[in-house]
Design a protein around this ligand. Structure first.
Ligand code: ASP
Ligand code: MG
Length: 436
């Protein structure tokens, strides 16, 4: 059994739903996880915003606009009256339900119910479409088996048990369709796995059923070994270790969020990144198999700020770093890179909302300097410290570029450089030239 996940753009129009339908019916017995059609979750967020503000007109306006978009999709998607009527009835039910919220007290509980409707609609439309085509498609309601615990973490034992039971009840279907993103919480209320959470759903389901692979389908051509907008002749990366994918995930590379793939990683299930526009291309495989001696990719993260605090009090003083880190923690600001010397520490952050307060508080402990408009350049691959030569090749490539910080040894898979934003292009090109 495989798990196949399609994001919002992949099911973003009637035509695209049809394309996905032909893709997923090439093989029997898989579970297909769908996101809401693109734009829908954002519209639902917008509707919730109006409802919080008791702006009934704003809410109804957006609800009606979204409803008419779905009427268009339905009229294009189905060829016969029977399924057109079924889909229309289902979707109208949802939209009148949404409209009923204008008369209610509106809290985050109601908001989550609203946010869940996008995935409910897309999966119903797909299931009806497959059934109209004569496919034995069964819709598995995610709200019957996806659950988060009181920390908001997925309850993997519950998911495994319930999903197993639901599958057993529906044995023998040609294909199973289910919703990404949505779940129930400990109070049994409708909840979700956070925005973009459908990948997480796919990974959790894959782990729960012991899938042979988890396929994440998008409309982009997998991972490239460098930024194709900046560097010519970039190549698709065919294979990544889970750790390498996690390193790249932080760098805005268009791949999975690291926590989303953890269930797959622990269950040792390969994750494939595939392209709906080129369904037979090999894509990128992410698994637990290391590939010694290779550098996989270079990625950049923009809008970084570097902060240095220097103090002779740091020398041999225990507890200094704790005090520094506590300041960042108190402003809910996470640190990306860190470098320390005997008398100073440099850190990089990407969220500058509380920069002024952080700098103010840090001044209690030493002299603070800030460098704005920086960029992290990250090289990912086999960077095991016992290997020789890889760090020096990356360093050598950077020889003409002023480097503010270097971070190496934090994991076995990465070396990062902090440079000025204006040197980003030069750095990416130089690294590509020397590493690939
Ligand atoms: N529909 C949800 C969102 O837009 C979940 C997802 O697409 O993964 O965030
Ligand atoms: Mg997504």
């Amino acid at each position: 059994m495989k798990v196949q996940k399609f994001g919002g753009t992949s099911v973003g129009s009637a035509q695209r739903i049809k394309n996905v339908a032909s893709l997923i019916t090439r093989e029997e017995g898989n579970i297909v996880v769908l996101s809401a059609m693109s734009g829908t979750t954002n519209s639902l967020v917008e509707i919730s915003g109006y409802l919080y503000n008791k702006n009934a007109d704003g809410a109804l306006d957006t609800i009606n606009r979204l409803h008419s978009k779905y009427r268009g999709v339905i009229s294009e998607l189905y060829s016969g009256e029977e399924y057109k009527a079924k889909a229309e009835e289902y979707v109208s039910g949802i939209f009148s339900y949404l409209s009923s919220f204008v008369k209610q007290l509106f809290t985050s509980v109601e908001e989550k119910v609203i946010l869940a409707q996008g995935e409910l609609i897309s999966t119903h439309l797909m299931t009806y479409y497959l059934q109209e085509q004569g496919v034995n498609a069964v819709l598995l309601p995610a709200l019957d088996f996806m659950k988060i615990d009181d920390h908001g973490e997925p309850d993997q034992n519950y998911i495994k048990e319930k999903l197993g039971a639901v599958l057993e009840e529906n044995k023998g279907a040609y294909i199973y369709i289910t919703q990404g993103f949505i779940c129930r919480n400990v109070h049994d209320e409708i909840d979700n796995l956070q925005r973009g959470g459908s990948d997480y759903t796919a990974s959790l389901i894959g782990a729960a059923v012991g899938a042979s692979e988890i396929q994440i389908w998008t409309d982009i051509d997998g991972m490239h070994n460098n930024d194709p907008r900046i560097v010519d002749d970039t190549k698709a990366v065919r294979h990544l270790h889970f750790e390498e994918a996690a390193e790249l995930g932080y760098f805005g590379a268009k791949i999975l969020h690291p926590t989303c793939v953890l269930p797959a990683k622990y269950a040792n299930i390969p994750v494939l990144l595939l392209n709906t526009m080129e369904p037979d291309a090999p894509g990128t495989v992410i698994n637990n198999i290391p590939e010694p001696g290779t550098i996989k990719a270079v990625a950049a993260k923009d809008k970084i700020t570097a902060i240095r605090i220097k103090s002779s009090r740091m020398l041999l003083a225990h507890g200094f770093l704790r005090k520094v880190f506590e300041i960042f923690e108190s402003y809910q600001t996470s640190i990306d890179m860190i470098c320390t010397s005997e008398v100073g520490v440099s850190m990089s952050i990407d969220n500058t909302t509380n920069l002024a307060s952080i700098v103010h508080d840090l001044k209690k402990y030493g002299t603070v300097t800030v460098d704005l408009d920086m960029c992290i350049i990250c090289v990912v691959g086999d960077m095991d410290w016992e290997n020789v030569g890889f760090e020096s090749r990356a360093m050598e490539a950077m020889k003409d570029i002023p480097v503010r910080m270097v971070s190496y040894g934090g994991s076995n898979y990465n070396i990062s450089f902090l440079v000025k934003a204006e040197d980003k292009e030069r750095a990416l090109k130089a690294l590509s030239k020397s590493l690939f």
